[in-house]
Ligand binder design. Structure first.
Ligand SMILES: [Fe+2]
Length: 256
């Protein structure tokens, strides 16, 4: 299974107050072209949230216009900058049957591995929130076809970030991390977790599998160290799974 991951595009409408609007769109444009030239093509493309910067209908429609040019299937999960209800309208055909009407938690079917979007956003603020309802929805998806290797993709990384001086989380409380840990303990079929939000790339061993955080697509938004900022246009990631369901990640840097 081969998965391309795009994250944190933060698209705005050109001509407005965001002076980086054109650059971010140019990065998305080049990214779509780059993915379409891959051989072999990825089985699926995932966008791990913050598709838009302000969550407006026009911004999300603009992102969809670009992503619809992909020659392979793509799926989206919301970031704190996106508006879930608007996303549900704009990307209706890309979002499968949901377990909860208010959250974007769904399974993308008919792939060699089960691909699950896990909505970590909250309408109140930019931090991640994992509730009992969300866990129940995720659990219900994971309890079906438990023998199928499963890949989860979400926006906020649900673990303690390994590269900070003091333990740090992207969530409102540690309880979210605890709830997520409990569910991954119960479902050993999970083979990978792909996230965004932190605006830098990192990989973390979660015990039974690894989690990977993708950088923002546009290099201008990258908070990583200098080695992470390889291009102003930025980069996306390509995750390749072997027959033991272990993935390696290739950073695909966009040419300026
Ligand atoms: Fe975010």
């Amino acid at each position: 299974m081969l998965i391309a991951q795009i994250s944190d595009t933060h698209i705005t409408i050109p001509g407005g107050p965001d002076k980086n609007s054109e650059l971010k769109l140019s990065a998305l444009d080049k990214c779509i072209d780059s993915i379409n030239l891959l051989d072999p093509m990825p089985d699926a493309v995932i966008h791990t949230g913050d598709l838009s910067h302000n969550g407006t209908l026009d911004e999300l429609k603009l992102v969809k216009d670009y992503m619809d040019r992909l020659n392979t299937l793509y799926f989206v999960t919301p970031g704190n900058r996106d508006c879930s209800s608007t996303m549900l309208d704009v990307f209706a055909e890309r979002i499968g049957d949901r377990e909860l009407s208010t959250n974007i938690i769904y399974e993308a079917k008919n792939f060699p591995a089960k691909l699950v979007s896990f909505d970590t956003t909250s309408p109140e603020d930019n931090l991640g929130v994992i509730t009992f309802d969300k866990i129940a929805s995720l659990d219900s998806i994971l309890c079906k076809n438990q023998e199928a290797p499963t890949i989860i993709f979400s926006h906020h990384p649900p673990f303690f970030l390994p590269d900070t001086f003091t333990p740090n989380i992207e969530y409102r409380s540690k309880n979210s991390i605890k709830l997520f840990n409990e569910i991954i303990d119960r479902h050993p079929q999970i083979v990978a977790l792909f996230c965004g939000h932190s605006h830098k790339s990192l990989r973390q061993d979660l015990g039974m599998f690894d989690a990977s955080v993708a950088p923002p697509l546009c290099g201008l938004l990258n908070n990583g160290d200098d080695g992470d900022k390889q291009s102003l246009l930025g980069s996306y990631q390509l995750h390749k799974f072997n027959d033991k369901h272990i993935f390696t990640t290739e950073e695909k840097v966009l040419e300026n």
